[in-house]
Structure formats: C-alpha cells, structure tokens
Design a protein around this ligand. Sequence first.
Ligand code: 5AD
Ligand code: SF4
Length: 354
Amino acid sequence: MQLDEVLHKEKLTRDEIIFLLKLKDENDMRKLIKRADEVRKKYSGDEVYLRGIIEFSNYCSENCLYCGLRNDNANIKRYRMQPEEIIETAKQISNLGIYTIVLQSGEDYYYDTDLIAYIIYSIKQHSNCAVTLSLGERGFDEYRIWKLAGADRYLLKHETANQKLYSIYHNHQMVGGRIRHLKFLKSLGYQIGSGNIIGLPMQTEEDIADDILLCDELDLDMAVFGPFIPAPFTPYQNRRTGSIKLTLKTMAVARIVLKNVHIPATTALATIDEAGRIKGLTSGANVIMPDFTPLQYRENYEIYPNRNTLKEEPNNVKTLLTLQLESIGRKISSERGDSLKLYFGSDRILHYPY
Ligand code: 5AD
Ligand code: SF4
C-alpha cells in the first residue's frame, strides 16, 4: 500500500485503516500526523474548544472491569454533589467564558429523571452554554425529558466495537445495546459523542479500526479515543498502560476518516504523558475538556490513578492553556463549539435551538 495515496483518499477501507494504525516507521508516523493536522485545520480551523467537566458523583452501579469507579471497588471514597452545588459550579465555568458544561457521573440512579432535569434546566437559565450529559446508559424516556429540559449533547463511549471483548469487559452485556442508545439519542436531536479506550487487554489494531468505522457509521459529533490506564482494585490493575503512540495514531487516523468531527485530547492522554495534550492537539484533536470538579471531590473520581488534572486550579486553567496553545499557534475559542456537522446540510439542523 502506498502511504501518501492512502493519506489523501476521500474514503478509506478497513484494510487501509489497519495499515495506518500499524505504521511503525517514525517518518511514516510523522506523515500521518501531519496529514491529520491538515484535515483538522480544514474542517475545524485553529481554535480549540473547551468543555468544562463537573464529575458530580462517583457512585456507579456498573462493574466495568477496567474502571476504578466500578461498583465492587470498596476502596474509594464515594461522594455525591448536591444539585445547588452542581449548578453553582456550572455558573463558575460559564463565568470563565467556557460555554460547554459536561455533567459526568457513574451510572447513579440517586439522581432520578426529575433531579437531572432540574439541574439541566437551572444551568440553562443562567447562561447560554451547551449542556452535555455523560451519565452512562439511562432510560429512553429520561433522554427525552432531559432534551426537553435543555440538554444539548450526550457522551456515551462504546468502549469497544468488538462484541466478544465488550461482553468480557461489561459482564456479558451487548455492544448492540449501547449502539441502540446512541442512535436513539441522535434521533432525539442530541449531538452525540462516543469512542473507545486504547490498549485494553486483548484489543488489537483490527478492533481499533472497527471502532473508528463504528464512529463513522454513527455519524458522531464528537469521537473520543483515550489510552487505558490500569486502576488499582480492579481486575485489570496489573495490565499494561495503553501506548501513547497507538493513541496518537488512532486520533490521527480518526481525523482523516471522520473529518468534520470534534476530537478531544483526553485527560487520560495528558496523564500518561506530560505533553499529551499538545501532542493530541497536533495529531488531529481540536477539543480540551478541563476538569472543574471542586477540589475536595476531585481526587475521589478515580477512574484511574494520578489524573493530571488533580491540581489544576479552576481560575488558572484558561491562562495556562492559552500559553500552551500559543506555542503551537492555536488559541482558545470563545464559542460553544457545537457540532461541526450542524452547519453543513445535516437534517439535524432542524433541532438546533437558535
Ligand atoms: N483507563 C482509561 N479510561 C477509562 N475509563 C474508565 N476506566 C478507564 C481506565 N482505566 C473511561 C471509559 C469511560 C470513562 C468514564 O472513562 O471510557 O467511558
Ligand atoms: Fe461505571 Fe462508567 Fe466506570 Fe463503567 S466506566 S464502572 S459505567 S463509571
């Protein structure tokens, strides 16, 4: 296969995606990353979109084998933020000029349909920010009510498109179920985000190619690819950390294949490599998701250890990022950063609230 030719194709086959993911030569990797950077610039420009995350509860009823928040882990201190505290934190984020609030938690039914709807509605009263929900799999009627309450986006990673692996990681569940949730969310008019974890036990480059192809099929608005980091007190605590190289290659290939989609440089990437955020942003990414969880809770949201955001002070985040971004000729956007697809002939423009 000819690398230069593949990099410039409009549509890539599964074999071509696998070929790119398996590149080893440093020079070839540089070509791949450079092409991804061009495609990112063409479809998203040089501005970087910020999403302020509030991890408001670390309770979870699920038991994903890789995750530190899994229900069976009795070794972490569990917390729940109260609605007013969540709404107040959201206000602080939008006061900093960050116009996407991501409400993230484990699957925690303490927050019932009405409570989440109340939180969404209250946040939307105070500013014109976008609200993204990242609450795991919930009821179809809940998704509908939360959309009416004002939610704009839903983030639900598929984690792996390989049914065999999905069922091993997730207590015999089916990846098809997760896909149904994503499709339903999209039909309600949510901008949807999904993605995988890179370097999970038993995963191959072929699996990652299928993850990228699934992202394409789902016509995502945001695609997330973060490295696996072993978490203590989980069945995978002694497994190897996902490779930074493979993560960056995946992000670059995803950019080339998916084109007009948001791709974040994840916290996990910044955790396994100090320069991870910058490396991600030059390998196809156009989004950063800084953590605004109040500091007293943050260390307990231990999906995996040593998250690099543990000491980031909310008020300094933007200044620090501005400086880092300047060094690569990029800058923070002051927009909400809605889907790159909304403006280009998508039928979903009908659902756009403005
Ligand atoms: N390493 C990296 N990412 C993880 N996640 C959960 N556990 C880990 C881990 N050990 C990710 C999952 C989930 C999100 C909340 O965190 O993709 O969707
Ligand atoms: Fe719960 Fe999400 Fe962790 Fe799975 S990945 S255990 S659903 S918080």
